[in-house]
Design a protein around this ligand. Structure first.
Ligand SMILES: N=c1c2ncn([C@@H]3O[C@H](COP(=O)(O)OP(=O)(O)OP(=O)(O)O)[C@@H](O)[C@H]3O)c2ncn1[C@@H]1O[C@H](COP(=O)(O)O)[C@@H](O)[C@H]1O
Length: 104
């Protein structure tokens, strides 16, 4: 199976970092980052998208699984950026686990 090109994750993460520095009233990411509920708004969205993803799987709806998982991953990226967690840190953590757990 060909490897998926996941560079879009980096590109979207970079845009989110830029939104942290440069407010734009038309930006959904800025709305989340500057919401009156603070981090709770971002966590609400992560929870909501998690549940919607679970329901899509329960409904065995492939198209919805792809759509809701994308919503979830996007909101996770916002949550990570808002907490100064980089994608390098996530990649390093997964790589370290992989090295530790891989069986030859
Ligand atoms: N990938 C996304 C993305 N996925 C989903 N969304 C938005 O997430 C929002 C919430 O989705 P929901 O299905 O929950 O919709 P909703 O129930 O109306 O939302 P709420 O009222 O609960 O906030 C919608 O407004 C979607 O448009 C996204 N908004 C932005 N991006 C990426 O982020 C970049 C920066 O976006 P802006 O900050 O808006 O410029 C974009 O270029 C995209 O690459």
């Amino acid at each position: 199976m060909p490897e998926a090109d996941l560079s879009i994750l980096n590109r979207v993460y970079e845009i989110i970092l830029d939104r942290k520095e440069n407010y734009d009233e038309n930006s959904y990411v800025c709305t989340l980052l500057n919401h009156r509920k603070g981090m709770n708004k971002i966590l609400e969205k992560v929870g909501e998208e998690s549940i919607e993803t679970i329901l899509a799987v329960r409904n065995e709806d492939h198209k919805e699984i792809v759509s809701e998982s994308s919503d979830l991953i996007f909101h996770l990226l916002v949550m990570l950026a808002a907490n100064n967690v980089t994608l390098d840190e996530i990649a390093d953590e997964l790589s370290a686990r992989h090295e530790k757990m891989k069986r030859d």
